[in-house]
Design a protein around this ligand. Structure first.
Ligand code: NAG
Ligand code: NAG
Ligand code: NAG
Ligand code: NAG
Ligand code: NAG
Ligand code: NAG
Ligand code: NAG
Ligand code: NAG
Ligand code: NAG
Length: 636
């Protein structure tokens, strides 16, 4: 596998030519936001990115529908003309663009400078203009230079000048939660987390009273808007009503300009609204609140969507795609086929048929997202039919504004299910599962949410509710860590399949980790933007006797034995060195090669990373090669 001729298939994309930085090509990335029905473009951004590994000549394109209902099209290619052709193909001739665009400025030499041009409408005489908000950048958790890392940036909304420390604390708490010992901890050396602070003003609360020559200044207010009305905050975050649900943004062009202005330092923008309770939105921007119960939960789920590029695993969604979704049982079409626990359970007897995967037996007889405020006069209820053929069932729901057990009764067929609120949840949202290990009888059943405490009206909310039924352990393996095909039911009750029952935070948002299929997808996604070799530097060293030596130092992303703190996952780096085309056995696995001071010629380092979190590496993303040609001897 390693060594030999493979080392000389030096692709232009992967290696880092350390003494020839000019040769490192940077690909161009196009981002288009448009209306999926009218196909009207709303925004175009075009910039250089440090790298996109494994991209083919025709470029890389993807498109998806965002939580906002908009379509986002991304296209990456090394050919700038091709990128422009794509942009004009999607949005019409450049001259006709009358929407907000973000384009990197080009200097006459063709090299892109750090300058950016923020173009508003190209319409002559247009006064539309977007200022980049002032951004006070602080590192939260960083691991290396932004040109070889994936950078996540928290932007502040609804934090006043005086709440800057709170913003930094909130952002740091969330960054540590998702990368300290769970979720993103194994890929932490590939990530940087930054806080970008902009103070919020709220309606110019500076009231000047020139009576008796007294000047009075009222303090600015903090927090995000409600009732569909944003406050005067940098990105205009707001809730639709007062109840806990999504948090929307009203100034996407400001958020885009802010992230764009940071260049390589902003890959995934996170807009954080200063509100203590549940709320969020995914898509072009990850919108979150620093809620103690829900902030990290929403953040890691939404980052799962945007970073790994996967859809939902929970029921009732509209988008199921990526490494964690299969749409039929054809074994060869199951993206996680190499993670299946019991391979022998999955082959079909018939000679000519394609092998089919086993499907765990379950059904969803009821599911709703009421997002409704409860009242004491009429309980919220719904009925559904059961086939009466499943061994056990589950009532799954989420609530907010219900801090006490005595506030609410949850009933199935008139029987109290004994709901207890999560300890210390207060009025924030939380998710509950009530497992009932018995067969639901065939026929009609009724689920009912009875609000008992009138003073909770206006705040007590039923967010979601579903009933699931399961076969016995021989039909439905519910053991954690078991990989199979588990049915997931969409908002239209269409069935797709996910890898595990409840191992993944893309399904169970309260669980802090991804399943293995998603974690593997996370490595793929990050390693497209990160080269395991940071650089290969040639140098000269003189020892005490005055003798010169040639050195080659290989800087690697600190994984495996190079990590700051070890992790509980098997991983290693294997390093092979070649000098003038010959394997140098003595230097196997060394990050520093010491040669004769007179030595000239080519040095090539090949690096292979292995981790038990990645079983298949189709695009060779876990390998990297760097070359350095030494032309002069050290003594010269
Ligand atoms: C990670 O640390 C947090 C806070 O200390 C703790 O609650 C959690 O259980 C830890 N998770 C793991 C997987 O150790
Ligand atoms: C199965 O689904 C995959 C996508 O998940 C699709 O590419 C394939 O064509 C489907 N195969 C059949 C037999 O429907
Ligand atoms: C694997 O699947 C086969 C076929 O369904 C079954 O007989 C066997 O018991 C399974 N093994 C395990 C360990 O679950
Ligand atoms: C979804 O479809 C299955 C049959 O395919 C049915 O048994 C179930 O009741 C349906 N669920 C809903 C919520 O319509
Ligand atoms: C009380 O809640 C029920 C169930 O959600 C709803 O149908 C009814 O309209 C509500 N009544 C009032 C006065 O809001
Ligand atoms: C349950 O099934 C019965 C008999 O088919 C039907 O009359 C009834 O409307 C169904 N109930 C629901 C909630 O679908
Ligand atoms: C249900 O109860 C049976 C018998 O006690 C047990 O074997 C089985 O594991 C239980 N199933 C679940 C899902 O808890
Ligand atoms: C009802 O809710 C109020 C707060 O809204 C609380 O003070 C009171 O103790 C609750 N009453 C009961 C009976 O739980
Ligand atoms: C280099 O390191 C890898 C990974 O630890 C190991 O498998 C391999 O045997 C090592 N090679 C040599 C020559 O020591």
């Amino acid at each position: 596998m390693k060594g030999g001729g493979a080392l000389f298939t030096l692709s232009l994309l992967a290696p880092v030519f350390s003494d020839a930085a000019e040769l490192t090509l940077r690909p161009f990335e196009l981002n288009v936001i448009r209306d999926p029905e009218s196909l009207q473009c709303k925004h175009v951004a075009l910039r250089e990115i440090p790298r996109y590994r494994g991209v083919h000549d025709e470029g890389y394109q993807r498109s998806k529908i965002l939580d906002t209902g908009e379509e986002r099209v991304q296209y990456i290619s090394f050919d700038k003309d091709l990128v422009w052709m794509h942009a004009e193909g999607l949005c019409g001739r450049r001259e006709s663009w009358d929407f907000h665009t973000l384009l990197q400025d080009e200097t006459p030499s063709g090299r892109v400078s750090d300058q950016i041009v923020l173009q508003s409408a190209n319409i002559p005489g247009s006064t539309a203009h977007t200022d980049i908000p002032p951004l006070d950048i602080e590192p939260l958790i960083t691991s290396g230079d932004s040109n070889n890392r994936v950078d996540l940036v928290f932007f502040a909304d609804g934090y006043t000048e005086y709440e800057k420390d709170k913003f930094i604390e909130d952002a740091l708490r969330l960054a540590e939660d998702i990368s300290g010992n769970q979720t993103f901890y194994t890929v932490k050396p590939l990530l940087n987390f930054w806080a970008a602070f902009t103070p919020s003003k709220e309606v110019m609360n500076i009231v000047l009273l020139f009576l008796h020559e007294i000047t009075l200044t009222l303090p600015a207010q903090s927090g995000i808007g409600s009732g569909g009305k944003p406050k005067e905050t940098p990105f205009g975050l707001y809730r639709d009503g007062t109840e806990l649900r999504a948090v929307y943004y009203s100034k996407p062009e400001v958020a885009r300009a802010a992230c764009f202005s940071l260049g390589d330092q902003c890959d995934f923008p996170i807009l954080m609204g200063n509100d203590p309770l549940y709320g969020g939105l995914g898509g072009e921007f990850t919108v979150i609140t620093p809620s103690f119960a829900n902030g990290a939960l929403v953040l890691r789920h939404e980052l799962g969507h945007s970073v790994i590029d996967v859809g939902e695993e929970y029921d009732g969604g509209f988008a199921y795609f990526g490494v964690n979704a299969a749409h039929n049982r054809t074994l060869t079409d199951v993206p996680w086929a190499h993670w299946l626990t019991n391979a022998s359970a999955h082959t079909h007897g018939h000679d000519h048929a394609e092998p089919l995967a086993r499907v765990e037996r379950s059904v969803m007889p009821m599911q709703a997202y009421p997002w409704t405020l409860l009242n004491t006069s009429t309980p919220w209820s719904t009925t559904f039919n059961s086939s009466g053929t499943y061994a056990w069932h589950l009532v799954r729901f989420s609530l907010s504004g219900l801090p006490e057990q005595d506030d609410l009764r949850v009933e199935l067929d008139g029987k109290d299910l004994g709901w207890v609120p999560r300890k210390d949840i207060g009025v924030d949202r939380w998710h509950y599962d009530i497992k009932l290990n018995r067969t639901l009888k065939g026929g009609e059943h009724k689920v009912q949410f009875v609000l008992k405490n009138k003073t909770r009206e206006g705040e007590a909310q039923l967010c979601s509710v579903e009933v699931l039924e399961f076969g016995d352990e021989s039909e439905f393996v519910s053991t954690p860590g078991h990989y199979s095909l588990y049915p997931t039911f969409s908002d239209k009750n269409e069935t797709s399949y996910r890898p595990t029952n409840e191992d993944c935070l893309m399904r169970i948002v309260t669980t802090p980790n991804f399943c293995k299929a998603c974690t593997e997808g996370l490595w793929y996604a990050l390693l497209r933007h990160v080269d395991l070799i940071e650089d290969l530097q040639a140098g000269c060293e003189q020892d005490d006797s005055g003798k010169w030596a040639r050195t080659l130092e290989l800087n690697l992303v600190p994984l495996a034995h190079l990590r700051d703190s070890p992790i509980d996952v098997e991983e290693s780096y294997t390093i092979t060195w070649m000098k003038d085309g010959h394997l140098v056995k003595d230097f196997a696995n060394k990050t520093k090669l010491v040669d004769d001071g007179d030595a000239v010629g080519s040095y090539v380092a090949h690096v292979q990373y292995t981790t038990e979190e990645v079983r298949v590496d189709k695009d060779g993303l876990l390998a990297s090669t760097a070359a350095n040609f030494v032309a002069t001897s050290c003594k010269a």
